[in-house]
Design a binder for this molecule. Structure first.
Ligand SMILES: Cc1cc2nc3c(=O)[nH]c(=O)nc-3n(C[C@H](O)[C@H](O)[C@H](O)COP(=O)(O)OP(=O)(O)OC[C@H]3O[C@@H](n4cnc5c(N)ncnc54)[C@H](O)[C@@H]3O)c2cc1C
Length: 466
């Protein structure tokens, strides 16, 4: 997670709806689209460029465009438009407004928040064709539908790295009110068709990892070690990332096991100062490797080919909470509940529990009031991912209850009165305070901008401000 550096940001107003060209925080996986022209809606088709596509229900293209990582409470789509140029996005928005139809942009289809189910009979604007990355010196222009893998691979090939920022028709800078809101709540204000980002020469091409497998009896030692040796009072080493998961792997243990990865930038092996305390705990298995930044998703098992990244018809819901450090007793309690429920309700035994620890110095260097992202004082992202095969409301209710209970345990362990919930992982039952911060001034500022730029609440399907 790094802070955005604004270069250019442009926006266009279409009737009462802003089409904002901004950054695309797409997930790691990529869709391999085979586009085809099927069943064009004549009036809309006339307004689009020759390269734009329209898919109707029943076509392969429609199925592909509407397939999602989580099928639970997904948007209800009756037509898909695949823009080929920026103006196609604008024309589709105008068409939707004129016909009083809801619309929603889709890039990677990894959005899993249940507020998206408020889209009924909507038009999906699939950004799949707006996916190029152009590099010009120290600026990259990234289309709004480009997924993370496309961007990181294109930049790496050119010897560059990024800090995400924005670009579009009207140039804005740090003094523009919308710029503040776009950094943390941008999906409430428009559709990103492109972004210009400042890029930098790669400084440290090497990456290394160590991976550990632990049985459940090691929970206390492991999370205590994470607090002491990697989190370091909220100032983790700048080149270290750690990631842990509870997961059932019956071939290894009858109870859920814990995988831990430690990644180090700028090294061909992980410094033993970070890994040694975990070896001392007695893992059941270990692994090491080295490569480049592009290898990291594969090491983690979250690359575009990995099962966890596929649109496989599962319901996947997350219940995120940002915290400052691990309350080891709370993590133990959560582990025990995770063990109990995934044993008693086999339909939920594919669920995972994620514990993510990134380097934070770039995040904390940005003043909290300078962007709409509110929770810079937090240090860790924790989230149960509850997965099941949809088979009716009963299992959905149990799954939701399970996720909420796990989050509640961690929340109570923080001793805080505020629940901070990372918007990219949100379940959808959280409040705007949980997503965008509790400060009255922050909420009022967001609301004022919403009233100004989106008075008709056209962009209100993903963690809406109001
Ligand atoms: C396997 C996996 C790994 C993940 N890893 C990470 C991670 O490492 N870090 C992280 O922060 N998050 C991560 N996420 C969460 C991810 O960032 C969010 O789910 C994000 O919303 C996915 O974006 P998308 O384009 O794939 O989803 P979509 O469902 O296509 O879009 C999500 C929301 O963004 C809107 N949107 C899409 N494109 C645009 C656009 N061009 N302009 C404006 N709005 C748009 C959509 O309308 C929708 O409301 C991960 C998710 C999964 C499933």
């Amino acid at each position: 997670m790094s802070s955005p550096t604004p270069l250019l940001s442009r926006w266009r107003r279409i009737d009462s709806v802003a089409t904002v060209l901004w950054w695309s925080l797409s997930a790691i996986c990529q869709a391999n689209a085979t586009l085809q022209w099927l069943s064009p809606t004549a009036e809309l088709a006339d307004r689009l460029s020759p390269g734009a596509l329209i898919y109707s229900p029943g076509s392969d293209g429609f199925t592909q465009a509407t397939s999602r990582w989580s099928v639970y409470e997904a948007p209800n789509i009756s037509l898909v438009v695949v823009p080929s140029v920026e103006n196609d996005v604008a024309e589709t928005v105008k068409y939707a407004n004129q016909n009083n139809l809801p619309f929603i942009a889709v890039s990677g289809g990894h959005g899993a928040i249940i507020t998206e189910s408020r889209v009924q009979n909507g038009i999906e604007i699939w950004m799949n064709q707006l996916n190029t990355v152009e590099i010009d010196g120290y600026v990259a222009r990234v289309d709004g539908g480009a997924l993370t893998k496309t961007v990181s691979h294109a930049l790496w090939q050119a010897g560059k790295q990024t800090v995400l920022a924005s670009g579009d028709i009207k140039t804005i800078d740090r003094t523009c009110d919308l710029w503040w809101a776009m950094q943390g709540a941008g999906h409430n204000f428009g559709i990103v068709t492109s972004v210009s980002v400042k890029i930098y020469d790669i400084q440290y091409p090497d990456w290394a990892y160590e991976m550990f497998t632990f049985t459940g009896d090691k929970v206390e030692g492991l999370f205590d070690n994470l607090n002491v040796h990697l989190l370091r009072n909220g100032w983790p080493p700048v080149n270290i990332v750690n990631f842990a998961i509870f997961k059932r792997v019956p071939e290894i243990d009858v109870k859920p096991i814990i995988y831990l990865w430690i990644f180090q930038e700028g090294a061909t092996s992980v410094d033993s100062a970070y890994s040694k305390p975990f070896h001392h705990l007695g893992p059941s298995a270990t692994g090491v490797g080295s490569g480049t930044y592009l290898d990291v998703p594969r090491w983690l098992g979250w690359d575009s080919d990995a099962p966890s990244c596929q649109n496989s018809g599962l319901a996947n819901t997350r219940f995120p909470i940002d915290i400052r450090s691990y309350n080891v007793q709370a993590v133990r309690k959560a582990y025990d509940l995770f063990t109990d429920v995934t044993q008693k309700i086999p339909e939920l035994n594919g669920s995972r529990f994620l514990f993510e620890g990134y380097s934070l110095q770039g995040v904390k260097a940005v003043p909290g009031e300078s962007t709409a992202y509110a929770f810079r004082e937090d240090n860790l992202l924790v989230a149960p991912v509850i997965s099941w095969t949809p088979s009716g409301p009963d299992i959905a209710r149990k799954a939701t209850d399970f996720g909420k209970r796990l989050r509640q345990i961690i929340y109570e362990g923080t001793g805080r009165s505020e629940l901070h919930s990372y918007v990219n992982y949100a379940f959808g039952d959280e409040t705007p305070q949980n997503w965008y911060g509790y400060e009255r001034q922050r909420q009022q500022r967001l609301l004022g901008l919403k009233n100004n730029y989106d008075p008709d609440r056209k962009f209100s399907f993903y963690a809406p401000i109001a």
